[in-house]
Design a protein. Structure first.
Length: 190
């Protein structure tokens, strides 16, 4: 019996350390935003085969799961736009090919792209690596019409400032790809 426990000890510890690291990192981001309405989102930048566990760890740290897979929400990114040609056409095509209730989010890098996304009926807009002044203008124009998410160059130092602009969500890929594992050990008692 003891041999079985010892065989599984390292594997169990590795999982516990990794998931605790994700939850702890998430909690740091969430604490900085206390008192604001902005929520911390995770991304799909997860370890292959461990997405469910890593997203669970984000929730335990107080974060919100953005989407688990492509069936939950369509995210139109720059590569899609290069193929389709425009945000309007991409949103139209997406909405024609998805099940009712599946939302469409558009990644935007400029105020003009945000305006086109709103006019096209996007359900959510991701402001990707957008300068602060542009984000301010977007919030002024769009707040209340469609949820706004900020992504790119997000750090603990910047999130309070980003949240103060009035965005709804800040997505943080580093929650699941750049966390520090928590040092945990198991001690057996006789």
């Amino acid at each position: 019996r003891s041999v079985s426990i010892l065989k599984g000890e390292r594997i169990a510890l590795n999982f516990l350390q990794r998931m605790s690291g994700i939850a702890t990192t998430t909690q740091k981001f969430v604490r900085v935003l206390q008192g604001t309405k902005t929520k911390i989102l995770d991304t799909r930048k997860t370890t292959p085969g461990l997405r469910s566990l890593e997203k669970y760890a984000v929730r335990m740290g107080g974060g919100v799961n953005h989407r688990f897979n492509l069936s939950e929400m369509v995210l139109i990114k720059d590569n899609h736009l290069r193929i389709v040609g425009s945000i309007s056409q991409a949103v139209k095509s997406a909405k024609e090919s998805i099940k009712p209730g599946v939302r469409v989010e558009v990644e935007a890098t400029s105020i003009e792209e945000v305006q086109e996304a709103v006019q096209s009926g996007a359900d959510m807009i991701m402001l990707d690596n957008m300068p602060k002044e542009a984000m301010k203008e977007v919030v002024k124009q769009v707040k209340g019409k469609v949820p706004l998410e900020v992504s790119g160059k997000v750090s603990l130092r910047r999130i309070k400032e980003i949240a103060s602009l009035g965005v709804d969500f800040i997505s943080v890929g580093s929650l699941t790809h750049s966390y520090k594992s928590v040092d945990i050990s198991i001690e057996f008692l006789r």
